[in-house]
Design a protein around this ligand. Sequence first.
Ligand SMILES: Nc1nc2c(ncn2[C@@H]2O[C@H](COP(=O)(O)OP(=O)(O)OP(=O)(O)O)[C@@H](O)[C@H]2O)c(=O)[nH]1
Length: 390
Amino acid sequence: MHSPTLVILAGILAALVTTVFYAVWYFNKGIPGLRLWTLSFFCASVFCASLLMRDHVPEVLLVMLTQASIAMVAYFCFLGSRAYMGRASVPHGYAASAIAAVMAAAAYFTVVQPQMGIRFALAGSVSGVCFLLTAHTLARGGFRNVPARYLFAIVASLHGLFLLLRPLLFKLAAPDAGNGADAGMVALLSQFVVLEATLSLVLMAFGALMLTNEYITRELRHLAEVDPLTDVFNRRAFLTLLEKAISSADRTQSGLSVLAIDLDHFKKVNDTWGHKGGDDVLRHFVGLATSCLRNEDVMGRMGGEEFAIFLPNASSEGTRAIAERLRAMVASQPVATDRGPIGLTVSIGATQYLPGDSSDALLQRADEAMYLAKEHGRNRVEALALSRPS
Ligand SMILES: Nc1nc2c(ncn2[C@@H]2O[C@H](COP(=O)(O)OP(=O)(O)OP(=O)(O)O)[C@@H](O)[C@H]2O)c(=O)[nH]1
């Protein structure tokens, strides 16, 4: 296909992708990386537009514009990937200096010592390195959690490698571009370069949209499962996980313990310190509780100032020890506030899964034990059916 036609097609695609990304970003500004990917595709549109203005703009200006825009396509793509992966941005000063140096070199090799090959290699190497860095950034986090990163990382690395090897390819295919046969080969390779860039653009846009979609899905799942104040599972999610833990305990004949925890005299905390003070206490308690749990232990907020924790594979002694450690920790570590420390105690009911228990029965028994702790004076641990019958 005619090269200018391919460039027009690539330009239309880049502009369309930019518009779609801008619209998605406009309504979802919190998605990390999306703004930078939008800028990257915008620079790709500028690059295509500048190629099409070839006959109407002074050569040196055109070369500087194309070199800067192609470098920025890759740089913004790299920054977007870092943002998506939650990594810190890189200092823009280095990038600005690098792009300025590339533009200066491009001007030098256009006006002072015209060398198209060197300009070509320069543009390819800067953006090639940025695309390889993009692939490395996306791959480093581990593929298992976010499988869509496969596509983006593979396309970015192949595109980066192609950009780096491109001058070599031209050299091998057409060692003497002045000769007629080699000039034909150069034209063919140029068409392939535009095709490769267009295909990479489409695939990377696809990858970025998949990552965006994955982020939104993850956020929605988080909102549906997690209590916004304390960041532990809400009642519904906790019960679902408890059901699964019960099935697993049945299957593997392993232990499963449940703690029901209620903050003592929490109404008084609210009355004395205000609702905000009460919220701080809830968060403080959750922080303490999670610090003394193992990775496999699961905590949920069952409502108000009531929490529950289930402990897979915990023995009765282990369960008692964790409950007692948590009780003592809460009692000894008041919440520090500007107006002084807020003292806090908890009542804990502990129980263990007995064959045939439903999740409701198990939680109810833990609750009964917790009410016993309240009745017996609060700031204590009570247990029901904690030892497994032999
Ligand atoms: N700050 C804050 N308070 C809450 C929240 N949810 C429930 N509460 C308060 O928790 C308090 C629970 O009080 P009660 O059920 O009377 O229990 P208590 O004062 O802890 O007394 P005991 O449980 O018998 O020790 C109420 O004042 C609720 O308003 C919340 O998300 N934030």
